[in-house]
Design a protein around this ligand. Structure first.
Ligand code: NAP
Ligand code: G4F
Length: 338
């Protein structure tokens, strides 16, 4: 019998890659989706028909990180072996506009899930394992470069503060109740499925649209910030590996390379033979009240204990995203009959 996994945030970038990975490993995969007036399942619709080897199709359950009763009900019904908590209001700048909501979903949401799992394990004598989607944003104004598991957190946004709370609760449930509870401290990871208001995708989507004549301007914020960008498909493998160890722990997942937003922009536009200077303008609305200047991770613990390392390089990642978005822009053009 394959294992049963429950993924919150399954409609997001990482949720879709993780569901694909687990289904390819013969897991029975369940996902939590929140009710919306329009469908948000575009990234996972292909999985609802089952996998190529005839495995069980993905099953979806309505739920919300703000609703403890609903989450408990889903845990009782699904009886998962592994829970991957990927749900979040995951946009850092927007967390400054919605600090309380972000703290509720990103911070308290984790507590709701941990309590539901602790209670279920106790009542049914089970040992559900828990993965928490931690973030390099927790390092914030970091005291050292590169950042590793032992680097002190200095969160710089409501989002990062909420993730730091979630991280501590995950450690607390491991130590207090012996729960197999893992914190993945993941640095930025991107893909053609990245949300369109994160900087990498915003750049590649705009570059594609500019190339085919559908757009003539790209408004951005701070071009000097540096991030350690990897490929989301590589990072979900690390999540799974963390959950297969004998003991639970915390792991940094990163490439160890850092690049500025300006560098990303240059390489992306160059690929389409465009001069970004002609199209980009700075819009203060995209600046943040507090910025994280540089993130660069040291994933040696994951390399040593999990045998994990990234496969896709920075240049390959930019190329993959630009090519996918050029294709998308061409489809958009055709749909307009041009
Ligand atoms: P994403 O694309 O923004 O996906 C977030 C997911 O959470 C979506 O499925 C979203 O549902 C769901 N969600 C939001 N609010 C919810 C709520 N109240 N109740 C239930 N579900 C809710 O994020 P991602 O890039 O895949 O990231 C996955 C996780 O890793 C997040 O926790 C993020 O904070 C964390 N993380 C991401 C990165 C990165 O670089 N991508 C790095 C470190 C950590 P809708 O589709 O309905 O909006
Ligand atoms: O793409 P971003 O919005 O990602 P950010 O803030 O680093 O957060 C992402 O990675 C975290 C892991 O470190 C995750 F936890 C989090 O959920 C999310 O996935 O911004 C990257 C950089 C920032 O310094 C930002 O100020 O790009 C800069 N930037 C410049 N112009 C912009 C823009 N960011 C956005 N979103 N939009 C702009 O126009």
């Amino acid at each position: 019998m394959g294992k049963v996994a429950l993924i919150t945030g399954i409609t997001g970038q990482d949720g879709s890659y993780l569901a694909e990975l687990l289904m390819s490993k013969d897991y029975e995969v369940h996902g939590v989706v929140r009710r919306s007036s329009s469908f948000a399942t575009g990234r996972i619709d292909h999985l609802r028909r089952g996998n190529e080897s005839g495995g069980r199709p993905l099953e979806l359950h309505y739920g919300d990180m703000g609703d403890a009763t609903g989450l408990r009900g889903i845990i009782e019904e699904v009886r998962p072996d592994e829970v991957y908590n990927l749900a979040a209001q995951s946009h850092v700048r927007i967390s400054f506009d919605q600090p309380e909501y972000t703290a509720d979903v990103v911070g308290l949401g984790v507590l709701r899930l941990l309590e539901a799992i602790r209670d279920h394990n106790q009542r049914h004598n089970r040992a559900i394992r828990f993965y928490q989607a931690g973030s390099s944003e927790m390092f914030g104004k970091a005291e050292e470069v590169p950042q590793r598991e032992t680097t002190r957190f200095h969160p710089r946004s409501p989002y990062a503060c909420a993730k730091a709370y979630a991280h501590s609760q995950t450690v607390n449930y491991r130590e207090a109740y012996g729960l197999f509870a893992v914190n993945g401290i993941l640095f930025n990871h991107e893909s053609p499925r990245r949300g369109e208001n994160f900087v990498t995708r915003k750049i590649t989507r705009s570059a594609g649209r500019i190339k085919v004549g559908l757009q003539d301007k790209l408004l951005l914020g701070n071009l000097e910030a540096k991030r350690d960008w990897g490929f989301a498909g590589d990072y979900v493998e690390a999540m799974w590996l963390m959950m297969q160890q004998d003991e639970s722990g915390d792991y940094v997942i990163a490439t160890g390379e850092t690049h500025s937003v300006r560098e990303f922009l240059e390489i992306a536009f160059d690929r389409l033979k465009l001069d970004w200077n002609k199209y980009v303008a700075i819009d203060p609305r995209h600046l943040r009240p507090a910025e994280v200047d540089i993130l660069c991770g040291d994933a040696s613990k994951a390399r040593k204990l999990l045998g994990w390392k990234p496969r896709v390089s920075f240049e390959q990642l930019v190329a993959m995203m630009v090519d996918a978005d050029l294709e998308l822009a061409n489809r958009e053009l055709r749909s307009l009959g041009r």
